[in-house]
Design a protein around this ligand. Structure first.
Ligand code: AMP
Length: 398
């Protein structure tokens, strides 16, 4: 199949030829005609499958036709499409794709994100923008300041919805959606379809066409999962042992409570391992400094409570440790998904004590397989953890 069979017009087809795109990818084949037909879409697709072009191309096609027919003049501070992304990096990348694919068209686009001065962004919005790519926080700020109005919005795209939820943007997303016109087209893209993503889709999108694309092997996360059964009192000694014995360069260590986080940092310090703890009580400035140090490798070991870890988004993170196994299966999936991104190799290690048995069963049932167990001399377990029953259903879910 060629792109022309997808009913894209001449200027777009020329650009695609110039870029050397000879045929649409699987997601593009399915999404482009569906979006052009004005339908809602929920798509499970990973980065690397061509998903950006699968929504950008039909948006450009639709808006350029409206321009040519002159049946829609954009007013100041108005936008036609809003693409929400979890990070500034992704916003910039998606907007660059819009520029690239739309270079022969007369449409405007803009990337808008926090952490930079808002004045220039406000100025850019003054004449209206056809396609705005934004992170949720800054977008809401702009809406509150009336620098931006949604009354002409036609299409909402939630890109990498799972990552947005992972990073704790759900309240912002809900507040944004409340402000949008009820009559609009909705497109949701997500690498994984967790229960949280499904719930968001159900609340916000009616009658969607569902598309599911399996990423090719290279784009699928390669996460090696293993667990160690351990008695509660031995966990910090075991962690120190692994860090030293296996010469870990980096680990994001998840722990249940902020008190536990502070205690673990001091226990590691006693064994000569420098770590920092991040939890809700630390100021924003301190948290950002710690994140930065961890991202650049200056800090090797970061101990975080689940909530505090939400803002952490690190490409190339090699290892996560569930020092405490999470209660919710979704949390386990989110946590391990922070490693092994973009085809890189990642490792997810869980410390499992007897009390965690039910959680372990629930996690392994969801994964559909038992997680490999490793044993280390010097850490015998007094309270053994039985092997899971894969079809186990927690009592309250029966
Ligand atoms: P994405 O999944 O959107 O991150 O895209 C992955 C990469 O594939 C990007 O570098 C795109 O430029 C490229 N790409 C997207 N669609 C096609 C296509 N039909 N043919 C060749 N390359 C493509």
């Amino acid at each position: 199949m060629s792109f022309s069979a997808l009913k894209l017009s001449e200027p777009l087809l020329n650009t695609l030829t110039e870029l050397g795109y000879s045929k649409p990818t699987a997601i593009q084949k399915q999404a482009i005609p569906t979006i052009l037909a004005g339908k809602n879409v929920i798509a499970a697709a990973q980065t690397g499958t061509g998903k950006t072009a699968s929504f950008v191309l039909p948006l450009l096609e639709k808006f350029t036709n409206e321009h040519t027919n002159n049946d829609h003049k954009l007013r100041g501070k108005r936008i036609r499409a809003l693409i929400l992304t979890p990070t500034r990096e992704l916003a910039v990348q998606v907007e660059a794709s819009i520029q690239q694919y739309g270079k022969n068209l007369e449409l405007t686009s803009m990337a808008m994100y926090g952490g930079v001065d808002a004045a220039a962004q406000k100025q850019q919005l003054i004449w209206g923008v056809d396609i705005l790519v934004a992170t949720p926080g800054r977008l809401l700020d702009m809406a509150y300041q009336r620098a931006l109005h949604f009354d002409e919005l036609e299409v909402l795209v939630l890109d990498e919805a799972d990552r947005m939820l992972d990073m704790g943007f759900i309240d912002d997303i809900n507040k944004i959606i409340e402000r949008l016109p009820a009559q609009r087209q909705n497109l949701l893209f997500s690498a994984t379809m967790s229960a949280d993503v499904r719930a968001l889709a159900k609340r916000t999108i009616n009658n969607a066409v569902e598309i599911s694309i399996k990423g090719n092997k290279s784009s699928q996360p390669k996460i090696e999962q293993w667990l160690i059964t351990v008695d509660k009192g031995n966990k910090s000694a075991l962690l120190s042992y692994l860090i030293k014995e296996q010469q870990w360069q980096q680990a994001l260590i998840f722990i249940e409570t902020k008190h536990g986080a502070a205690k673990l940092v001091s226990q590691l310090a006693k064994r000569g391992i420098k770590a920092e703890a991040i939890h809700g009580d630390r100021t924003q400035a301190v948290r950002e400094q710690i994140f930065d140090d961890f991202k650049t490798g200056k800090l090797q070991f970061l101990v975080a409570t689940g909530i505090a870890a939400r803002g952490i988004d690190i490409d190339g993170l090699s290892r996560v440790v569930n020092y405490d196994l999470p209660d919710k299966v979704d949390d386990y999936i989110h946590r391990i998904g922070r490693t092994g991104r973009a085809g890189a190799q990642g490792e997810a290690i869980s410390f499992v004590a007897k009390d965690n048995f039910r959680n372990l069963c629930a996690i392994e049932s969801r994964l559909g397989h038992i997680i490999e167990r490793k044993e280390f001399d010097g850490f015998p377990v007094k309270k053994t953890v039985p092997v899971s029953i894969l079809n186990y259903v927690p009592k309250n879910k029966r």
